[in-house]
Design a binder for this molecule. Structure first.
Ligand SMILES: [Zn+2]
Length: 716
């Protein structure tokens, strides 16, 4: 076997001993004392309960009997001591969670070694007590999928994650607010079922509301629109809606209703209530008197103090993001600073979020202020178009700071499951985060004695059963910022590629934004990088044992995206060349002009043949992951508008109109141009067949001042 364990997270202490421990199938296990964990352990080890506990091959024993050198691990609330000897495996733990974690470690050892494992002694316990992962639902309106969640929860438990956050904002089928959530929302039955399922894996299921900012889902209902926080110089009826008013009693009642409903569905002692990125607070006439009395920090703390008190009535704590508290603290007068946090200090957990590296000062600050503090990194999903393995470095830095600051723990946020990708595509980064949260960071490596290459090797083995590195090579080709694909697209190599495909109905958008990057040798490099990724992905597919992981095939998503964008780009260049020829010939050689315009239209329509792979993918991703329907609608609209553009190109041949610059096809024909003045050559866009006419629309309020208004006032 390998000279080291390929187990994630890395146990704190491992010592190999002479000899082997044979664990023939079917494995027999003893009871842990927790019926729920026993069932989980049997499932995870593919084992059955021994008829007599003392004959079991794997024995779960109380911490008191642990070998002296491993006692410090066995007595930890989640720790364990595990000894594999010739006569079987013994596990000592103080709590059932420790027994469960030992079993999950054993599962990974069996996966690496088969049924003859080396004799060894393991002592293990977590560096951080709270180890969270988050999934987002409202951003993209991801529909709830039970099968997916039942797949994700055991995966997270295997990385020893013990808290699963569901970012709901208000996208939940609240029993007290019928018809509120809209289609696809998680229901109370879903929540209760998932809550039970998580408990059996030692995972707290923690819902996340947002009760001040990010409340667009509430405020875009007419029934609640008047609850928007509205500056005095505005009419609330004309505002889009983002912040709830902090003082209106109706808001407080609504929030209490939502909280109470969630407490009835989720058993966790903690609920996250948002509180981040507040852009408007205390500005409306209702708030003004309170603002004068309390100031913005006071108003914010009064509001969340009330939320905290509602939670306390139900025996729960609240969690809030740290950004606004840092902001208000910074702005407070020195003499006020001491009391800024006083109203919240009890029963409030702070989530200090930093997605691009460490933040030792803010973490130390919150801990010193007496808060239970959780450091929040991310998967960077909303900033990228493929798994970005480099984010593991940022996780290590931040969670390392959390350990050093004495924080309660860390969690990995995940935003915006939409436009073609879901967190499941980024599962690697939940494993890397779980590893650092449990094992702590290494000095220069991901975790102590675990470099990134070894992490990846262990991850592929444990998640997918792969013993080669083909899949990680695929991920790096598509995901590394300096890799062969993204380096060509820099600086637009983050989320832009997938937005140019799934967040537009304009077939020319990718070309418009990337032409300057793909000219010269860029296109060839992009093509080569994509071809390499395709070759390696085909290898991944042949390596796959049938049914090894139902979600593995979806890892093809970023490749399908790039392949499509490449074809779209090649199409556009060909259309451009024909169109440019047509323009040159237009009034000298009308026949040639017509021929070229027809060629341009034909080439454009041939691109329709490139759609089935991504359409098929989106349909499947909708079914499996609940990804947004809007992306499917945008693709369908893109095709429709391509047909219109093709018809327009053909019509230009006989129109007598000098051909508009090609970019006008993007800016005017396929988009609605907005301007406060008039569009260039709008007179030509306003004539011709109605189907092809276009006009500009106002882009914003007309701000030009009335001439000599001051003089008018003087005369009054
Ligand atoms: Zn207000």
């Amino acid at each position: 076997m390998d000279t080291r364990l390929l187990v994630l997270p890395v146990p704190q202490r491992v010592a190999f001993e002479a000899g082997e421990c044979w664990l023939p199938e079917p494995l027999t296990v003893g009871p842990t004392g927790s019926a729920a964990y026993d069932a989980t352990i049997r499932r995870e080890l593919n084992a059955r309960t021994a008829r007599q506990a003392r004959t079991a091959q794997v024995q779960f024993l109380p911490a008191a009997g642990a070998p002296a050198d491993l006692a410090e691990f066995a007595t930890d609330p989640e720790g364990y001591a595990l000894v594999a000897a010739a006569n079987g495996v013994s596990v000592w733990a103080a709590q059932p969670a420790g027994h469960l974690y030992a079993a999950l470690t054993l599962r990974q050892i069996l996966r690496q070694c088969g049924h003859r494992i080396p004799c060894l002694r393991i002592g293990d316990k977590p560096k951080l007590r709270h180890r969270g992962a988050m999934l987002s639902f409202p951003q993209g309106h991801t529909a709830y999928r039970t099968t997916l969640m039942r797949h994700i929860v055991p995966e997270l438990a295997r990385w020893k994650i013990n808290a699963l956050y569901l970012y709901l904002e208000s996208y939940f089928d609240f029993p007290s607010l019928p018809h509120f959530a809209g289609p696809g929302a998680m229901t109370p039955d879903d929540a209760k079922e998932l809550d039970r399922f998580c408990q059996a894996y030692n995972i707290q299921l923690i819902p996340q509301l947002n009760v001040m900012a990010h409340c667009g889902e509430i405020l875009t209902l007419q029934k609640y629109h008047h609850l928007v926080e509205c500056p005095p110089n505005q009419d609330f009826r004309t505002l889009p809606g983002f912040n709830l008013c902090a003082t209106t009693p109706e808001v407080r009642t609504l929030v209490e209703t939502m909280l109470t409903d969630l407490f009835g569905c989720f058993s966790a002692p903690l609920i996250h209530v948002g509180g981040d990125e507040v852009s408007s607070l205390g500005e409306c006439p209702r708030c003004q008197p309170h603002l004068t009395e309390l100031g913005k920090p006071g108003l914010y703390l009064d509001y969340f103090g009330n939320v905290r008190d509602i939670a306390a009535k139900h025996g729960r704590k609240i969690g809030i993001w740290g950004d606004m508290l840092l902001h208000y603290y910074k702005d407070a007068k020195p003499e006020d600073r001491k009391r800024v946090f006083a109203p919240l200090r009890q029963n409030t957990v702070i989530y200090d979020w930093h997605y691009s590296g460490g933040s030792p000062d803010t973490l130390k600050f919150f801990v010193a202020e007496g808060f239970e503090t959780i450091a929040c990194s991310s998967t960077h999903l909303c900033y990228s178009s493929a798994l970005w393995p480099g984010q593991a470095v940022n996780q290590r830095l931040l969670f390392g700071d959390a350990v050093a600051a004495g924080a309660l723990g860390g969690m990995t946020t995940a935003w915006c499951n939409f436009t073609g990708l879901h967190e499941e595509h980024f599962n690697y980064l939940f494993a890397s985060a779980g590893t650092v949260l449990w094992s702590g960071p290494g000095d220069k490596t991901l975790a102590p004695d675990l470099d990134l290459a070894t992490f990846e090797k262990a991850y592929l083995l444990q998640r997918y059963g792969f013993t080669n590195d083909t899949l990680t090579r695929y991920w790096h080709i598509l995901g590394d910022a300096r890799g062969p694909v993204l380096s060509v697209l820099a600086p637009l190599h983050g989320v832009n590629p997938r937005k140019c495909l799934y967040h537009t109905d304009n077939v020319l958008t990718f070309w418009k934004h990337y032409a300057h990057l793909l000219r010269d040798d860029g296109l060839e490099r992009y093509r080569t990088g994509i071809a390499d990724a395709r070759r390696i992905w085909e290898q991944v597919k042949t390596d796959t044992a049938a049914g090894v992981d139902p979600y593995l095939p979806y890892q093809e998503a970023p490749l399908l995206m790039h392949e499509h964008l490449l074809r779209r780009y090649e199409m556009t260049e060909a259309v451009y060349a024909a169109y440019d020829d047509a323009a040159k010939a237009q009034f000298e050689d009308p026949k040639l002009c017509t021929k070229r315009l027809n060629e341009a239209a034909d080439r454009l329509l041939a691109h329709v043949n490139d759609f089935p792979p991504i359409e098929k993918y989106l349909t499947a991703a909708r079914k499996e992951f609940g990804l947004d329907r809007s992306s499917q609608l945008r693709l369908a609209a893109t095709r429709r508008k391509m047909e219109e553009l093709a018809a327009f190109l053909r019509s230009l041949a006989t129109s007598g109109r000098p051909l508009p610059a090609f970019i006008q096809m993007h800016d005017v024909f396929l988009d609605v141009p907005r301007t406060n003045w008039y569009g260039d050559r709008e007179h030509e866009w306003a004539t011709g067949p109605a189907r092809f006419q276009r006009y500009t629309l106002q882009s914003g309020p007309w701000t030009a001042a009335v001439a000599n208004a001051d003089r008018e006032a003087d005369q009054a």
